[in-house]
Design a protein around this ligand. Structure first.
Ligand code: PEP
Length: 234
């Protein structure tokens, strides 16, 4: 069984989510399916598709205009929240320390954080991929979270670019993440791969050791693109 998570970013509508959820509810699969949507679309409900958000405040409540707390997300029906996505790190200056605080806020409110780590193109070209991945995991994952989190490896240069690392590069990154998590007492934490996953490469990527599922951006927006990813693995 794999975890297939979609990230709608700043796209979609409530009626579009209704249609997607109806389409996904008819798909025969044992895989866990999650859709992380904009705040205004977060909902609970009886669907087998779990809904999540894409960001969370580090604060509980108060004078933080524009922020949305974990308690609010939970109240709206969210089960998951992405933290430390590449675009949050790039456009909102989120550091590993902030990401760890956001993951802690998620856990305090019963949400499962999907904690993203990955290297930029500059870091890759400087030969720092492994160092960035390891420090990303060590510094972005809070203490004592066994069985409560998901990690996503997203090479930042490949997101939305139609580029993917080689299978060997993905295997090396995921093996390092699994070992790092093990050394932190977090063996068995699911680790997703994300960046330019589509129906045509999903099965191959999910056959790589230590790849427990995928985090999908662009190809999660339309059911015709997303369903083949969900059904590409049993
Ligand atoms: C993402 O934004 O998390 C992502 C993986 O995007 P894409 O699949 O479009 O590369």
């Amino acid at each position: 069984m794999k975890i297939i998570a979609g990230n709608w970013k700043m796209n979609g509508s409530r009626s579009g989510l209704d249609e997607m959820i109806s389409a996904l509810d008819n798909v025969e699969t044992q895989n866990t399916v999650i859709l992380c949507v904009p705040f205004t679309m977060v909902r609970g409900g009886t669907s087998r598709v779990a809904v999540g958000a894409q960001d969370i405040s580090t604060h509980d409540k108060g004078a933080y205009t524009g922020e949305v707390s974990g308690q609010m997300l939970s109240d709206a029906g969210a089960k998951y929240v992405i933290v430390g996505h590449s675009e949050r790190r790039a456009y909102h200056n989120e550091t590993n320390a902030i990401v760890a605080e956001k993951a802690t806020a998620a856990l305090a409110n019963g949400l499962t954080p999907i904690i993203c780590v990955g290297e930029t193109m500059d870091e890759k070209q400087a030969g720092k991929t492994m160092e960035i991945i390891e420090s990303g995991v060590r510094e972005s994952v809070p203490q004592n979270v066994s069985g409560k989190i998901i990690v996503a490896y997203e090479p930042r240069w490949a997101i939305g670019a139609g580029l993917t690392p080689t299978d060997q590069e993905i295997a090396a990154a995921h093996t390092l993440i699994a070992k790092t998590l093990e050394s932190m007492g977090l063996a068995g934490t699911p680790v997703l791969y994300g960046a330019s996953v589509k129906g045509s490469n999903a099965a191959q990527i999910m056959s790589i050791e230590h790849v427990d599922g995928v985090l999908v951006g662009g190809a999660s927006l339309k059911s015709d693109d997303f369903i083949p990813i969900i059904t590409s693995v049993k």
